[in-house]
Each structure stands twice: as structure tokens, then as C-alpha cells.
Design a protein around this ligand. Structure first.
Ligand code: GLV
Length: 394
């Protein structure tokens, strides 16, 4: 059922994207691939890497490159983690477990989305590496409190709280693909959108063998059980997190908190004052407020504001190892890759995720050798030329 993902069929992340598009029904592929409104930020997240020019040091021989970084006190063998991606079980049977397993095998961390189809205990058990839990307050505090307790008992090492979902962004592709109708009560309304699934027999066979439509087993409603699968837009409507909620979350969790969705120096300072140990510069992969800054561009402002008081990570637009290197040069301690591995999962399951990781790792080693830097931890601003406007905020 999965597509083969080896070379030369798959040379880069775009090849994985193309295969994912071929294997997945339109509604599922577009859920991964799409963004909000006009998708300006979605595109800009990727394009902005072109604005950073590398400044190599040549004639430097580097036989071995050291890619390791330390994030929240834990050594990772790669300077990238796998980002939380909702509904991964729709991309491939037991998708979250497959992705976590591949991350652990590569020596890096996996972040499990609240809106996932596999039980958090199973996802933790699938990986030999660290696993973080991404928290939305879907279902309210009582539900979240129980999940946080489960995550602690299962051995999750950090809680990543996403703060950019006051409401869901308008993902126009999802509307056109009938996501709402497909999940609604009316068979008539659903009918026109069904052919896209029948056109993807490889995916359909996997989907049915995996039990059909997933639920949200980590959002357990008291007296009812796991929340039934819902349109993610509807779930995000109930996911708003305020700073007051964050104080409550901190008291309940008592472990490291990562705030995901920081784009300005002001929010960075606020998050740190509220107890964040790490920040993720993120615009939710261009899926929430369209027209905000690309994350790479916002990074210097956030790094400046954090001023060493919190670790700064970044997500958005990473498709090549050189993108990872550029973000590290601008002060990110590590980055989160979302779509890059989600395409791999959609195309080829666990081996597809492993292939995405392998591509980014090989790219990164090559980039480090070509810029003349022996380790990921040594990349700094001196290896890049950056537009002056990016550095104007203090
Ligand atoms: C979930 O967080 C999504 O962006 O779809």
C-alpha cells in the first residue's frame, strides 16, 4: 500500500509531496498541504529562505559533522524535531506511532498533537526517543487535566502549548473538499465528496484496515469516552488558550512548557514571564492568520527578546537541510518539521518519514561541509547575510 520512497524516485521533499498527492484523497492531501485564506504566509514561510544568503568558509576540511543539539536539557542527534501534525492517522494507518518510531530511531523527538488518532501511551511506547505532547484545550480544562496526567504517567517530557488558535483559520481547500459535509450527519450532503476516496484504493485499503474514521483518543469526554473525529476547524474553535489558562496548565503539568505560536518580541517576553522554558516561532504553518510574518523573518526579533532566558525553536517552511542551517544561523536552537515528514507519512508510512529525515540529515551534513562549519551548534550569524529590515526590532 505505501509507495516506495528510495532514490532516485525520491530525491527531495518535493518528491515525497508528489507521491503523497498521488496516494491520498484530495481532502486528506489538502489538509496537509494547504493553508489559510490566500495562503500568503504558507508560501512566504518557504520563500523567505531565499532571502538569506550563505557565506561559506572554503578550504576547510571537515571529515565528520556533528549534528547534535541539546533541547530542554536532552541531547538530540539532529537539530530538527518532528512537529505536531493533527490527524496523522488519516494519512497512514497508526500514523502517529509510525512517525514517533521513525523520530526515535533517528535520535530526535516527536511532538504528538492533541488532535491525533493514536493513544498517547502507544505513541510514547513506539519511540525510543523523547516525545512531547502538544496541548489544545479541546473539551475544556477537566478533559485537558486528565490528558496532562496521562501524558506525565506515560513519560512525555514536555508540554507544547499552542497559542495561535483563537479561532480556526479559514482553510479554503478544506471547505471546497467538503470536509464539513463529509463529517456531517447528512448522507446526501456527503455523496458529492465521496469519489475522491474511491479514487485512492491504496489509501482506502489502509484506512479501512486501520478501523476507518479515527477518533481523538486523547480527548476523553467524561461519561462519553474519546471525542469522535471532528472537522479540525470545529475542534480548533474550542481550543483557545489564554495566559490565564497557561498558569493553570503550568500548575497541573509541573514540567517543562514550550509555547508554540510566538511571532513577536512582546509575546516572547510574555511567554517567558509566564514560565515558558522554550518558545516556538510559529505561524502554525500558515494555517491560522494569513498575512503574518514568515517565521524565519520573525526569528531574530524573538531571539533578541528571549535574550537567552528561553530556548528558541522555529517551525514553518523547512524543506531542505539548508533551511535548517539558516534557521540555526539566525539563532534557533533547533527547528520543527511538519509538512516535510507528513508528506513522507502520506506517501510511504514509517519508511516515508524515515526517508524525509534521511534527506534532511544528508542535506544538512552537505551544507555544513560546504559552508565550512563542523557542527550544527557552531552555526551563527557570521555564516549568513540577512536583509537589514529583519534586524530592526529590539
Ligand atoms: C491543527 O492544528 C491544524 O492546523 O490543522
Amino acid at each position: 500500500m505505501p509507495y516506495a520512497v528510495d532514490s532516485p524516485r525520491v530525491v527531495n521533499i518535493s518528491d515525497l509531496r508528489r507521491l503523497a498527492e498521488r496516494r491520498l484523497p484530495r481532502a486528506v492531501f489538502d489538509y496537509i498541504d494547504g493553508g489559510a485564506d490566500a495562503e500568503l504566509t504558507l508560501r512566504e514561510n518557504c520563500r523567505v529562505y531565499d532571502d538569506v544568503i550563505l557565506r561559506p568558509r572554503n578550504a576547510v576540511a571537515i571529515p565528520e559533522c556533528d549534528l547534535h543539539v541539546t533541547v530542554l536539557g536532552r541531547r538530540l542527534e539532529l537539530p530538527f524535531l518532528l512537529a505536531p501534525v493533527g490527524s496523522s492517522r488519516m494519512f497512514y494507518p497508526r500514523g502517529e506511532e509510525a512517525a514517533a518510531r521513525a523520530a526515535g530511531a533517528a535520535g530526535t523527538a516527536y511532538i504528538l498533537s492533541t488532535l491525533s488518532g493514536c493513544r498517547l501511551e502507544d505513541v510514547k511506547a513506539a519511540s525510543i526517543g523523547p516525545v512531547w505532547y502538544q496541548l489544545y484545550l479541546v473539551g475544556g480544562r477537566e478533559v485537558a487535566g486528565a490528558t496532562i496526567e496521562r501524558a506525565r504517567l506515560a513519560g512525555f517530557s514536555a508540554l507544547a502549548v499552542t497559542i495561535d488558535t483563537a479561532v480556526s483559520g479559514l482553510r479554503e481547500r478544506d471547505v471546497r473538499n467538503g470536509t464539513k459535509e463529509l463529517l456531517g450527519p447528512s448522507t446526501w450532503a456527503r455523496l458529492p465528496f465521496l469519489p475522491q476516496f474511491l479514487a485512492r484504493p491504496r489509501w482506502l485499503a489502509g484506512f479501512l484496515s486501520d478501523g476507518g474514521l479515527m477518533s481523538f483518543p486523547n480527548v476523553v469526554i467524561p461519561g462519553q469516552g474519546p471525542m469522535p473525529y471532528a472537522d479540525v476547524a470545529a475542534a480548533l474553535e474550542q481550543s483557545t488558550v489564554s495566559w490565564a489558562d497557561l498558569r493553570w496548565i503550568r500548575d497541573v503539568w509541573r514540567g517543562p512548557i514550550v509555547i508554540k505560536g510566538v511571532l513577536t518580541g512582546d509575546d516572547a517576553r510574555r511567554a517567558i514571564d509566564e514560565g515558558a522554558e522554550a518558545l516556538v516561532v510559529s505561524n502554525h504553518g500558515g494555517r491560522q492568520l494569513d498575512g503574518v510574518s514568515a517565521t524565519l523573518r520573525a526569528l531574530p526579533e524573538v531571539v533578541g527578546a528571549a535574550n537567552g532566558r528561553a530556548e528558541v525553536l522555529l517551525d514553518g517552511g523547512i524543506r531542505r537541510g539548508s533551511d535548517v542551517a539558516k534557521a540555526l544561523c539566525l539563532g534557533a536552537r533547533a527547528v520543527l518539521c511538519g509538512r516535510a515528514y507528513a508528506y513522507g507519512l502520506g506517501a510511504g508510512g514509517g519508511p516515508g518519514v524515515a526517508r524525509a529525515i534521511q534527506i534532511l540529515r544528508a542535506d544538512l551534513v552537505r551544507t555544513l561541509k560546504l559552508v565550512g562549519c563542523a557542527s550544527a551548534g557552531e552555526l551563527d550569524r557570521s555564516y549568513v547575510e540577512v536583509p537589514a529590515a529583519w534586524l530592526q526590532y529590539k
